[in-house]
Design a protein around this ligand. Structure first.
Ligand code: GLT
Ligand code: MN
Ligand code: MN
Length: 389
């Protein structure tokens, strides 16, 4: 195996405890792997070369642990982090597994559940910050409905806003250096989940009291479930200064949330995604929110984790190749050519520009006849990906 694809800390590859720790339970089947402790999982991640480990409060500390148990678990985890050099870039709250959240957490119709969800999140934020997290993810897996008879969607948004405003103030009040990243998903496990896509989240963030503290954590699989182009979602988030975190995995369109190994299904979209992150200089963690096939034992889980990182690095190399390919560069130059003939119409509106533009004449037919060479450009992309160029 070539050394060029070995993960290094500067690549910022991270995994959730719930990813490599997945025991392979699904709605139709029991676990296929024994449960490993958080400490074991830290060593496993260190062995495969990851940089960071993320967790939900209850991936680390069981929901019914006593304060003494919590302290012991956290101390053991910290020791494993020290021994391995792994860091905790992100933390989050489990607001979806326990039956108390069956009708949502922040959007539950029951005010006691909403208050409990806030309490649980504040405690989980404390835990995350204690372990070094700088990003706090909110994935509202149960914030939705099976029937719209059950909940008023406007009320649900107001409750969500109230909860996030409360928690932003909590973070400010504690003096924590922490930002929030909202993760959208259109459905599963609820019939429909509110704020279904990254685009919905971006619009919602602007309605919060502290929009500067809140960005997004888009996940490949979740946008693909909605039939959307993931690259376009993260490009919009990036352009808005809101790409605080990212969940990399893979997913066939139209399927359930598969959380496959990064790049294992749609290589071309994975390629353009890596190329984008590298081209724009995204500096956040490259988090793999995926898990191994249910067919695997823990050797297979390690293969899965290594595969995510290795594929990312191979695609990064392919992106460099794409960017420096002379034929691709020439095509891009041609595609983006500008003869300067419209310079006087560019930029901000002025009445003079508008008047001049209304009078200008364009050779519409010639413009429409021009071939754009995108077929050649795409084929060159495919040939780079297939390794024949
Ligand atoms: C859960 C979900 C993921 C979220 C995680 C964070 S938990 O596995 O499917 O997409 O990112 O809560
Ligand atoms: Mn997912
Ligand atoms: Mn995710």
């Amino acid at each position: 195996m070539s050394d060029r694809y070995q993960p290094k800390p500067e690549h910022k590859f991270s995994f959730g405890l719930w990813t490599v720790g997945s025991v392979g339970r699904d709605p139709f089947g029991e676990p296929v792997r024994e449960r490993l402790s958080p400490v074991d999982l830290v060593y496993l991640l260190a062995e495969v070369g990851a940089w960071g480990v993320n967790f939900h409060d209850n991936d680390l500390v069981p929901i019914d642990a006593t304060p003494a148990e919590r302290d012991r678990i956290v101390a053991d985890f910290k020791k494993a982090l020290r021994d391995t050099g792994l860091v905790v870039p992100m933390a989050t709250t489990n607001l979806f597994s326990d039956p108390v959240f069956k009708d949502g957490a922040f959007t539950s119709n029951d005010p006691r559940v909403r208050a409990y969800a806030l309490q649980k999140t504040m405690r989980a934020i404390d835990l995350g910050v204690e372990l070094g997290a700088k990003i706090y993810v909110f994935w509202g897996g149960r914030e939705g409905v099976e029937t719209d008879a059950a909940k008023n969607p406007v009320e649900a948004l107001k409750r969500m806003r109230e909860a996030l405003n409360f928690l932003c103030e909590y973070v400010i009040d504690q003096g924590y250096d922490l930002k929030f990243a909202l993760e959208a998903k259109p459905n599963e496990p609820r019939g429909d989940i509110y704020l279904a896509t990254t685009g919905h989240m971006l619009a919602f963030i602007e309605t919060l009291d502290h929009p500067e503290m809140v960005g997004v954590n888009p996940e490949v699989a979740h946008e693909h479930m909605a039939g959307l182009n993931f690259l376009h979602a993260i490009a919009q988030a990036w352009e808005a200064g809101k790409l605080f975190h990212i969940d990399l995995n893979d997913q066939a369109f139209g399927r359930y949330d598969q959380d496959f190994r990064f790049g294992s299904w749609n290589l071309k979209s994975a390629f353009f995604l890596v190329k984008f992150l590298e081209d724009v200089g995204y500096e956040g963690p490259r988090h793999f929110d995926a898990h191994a096939y249910r067919t695997e034992d823990y050797e297979g889980v390690k293969e899965f984790a290594r595969g995510c990182m290795r594929t990312y690095l191979i695609l990064k190399e392919k992106a460099e190749q794409w960017n420096s390919d002379p034929e691709i560069r020439a095509l891009l130059e041609e595609i983006n050519a500008d003869d300067g003939s419209t310079d006087m119409f560019k930029g901000r509106y002025t009445p003079e520009k508008a008047a001049a533009l209304k009078m200008a004449s364009f050779d519409r037919v010639a413009l429409g006849k021009r071939g754009l060479a995108y077929e050649r450009l795409d084929q060159l992309t495919i040939e780079i990906l297939l390794g024949v160029r």
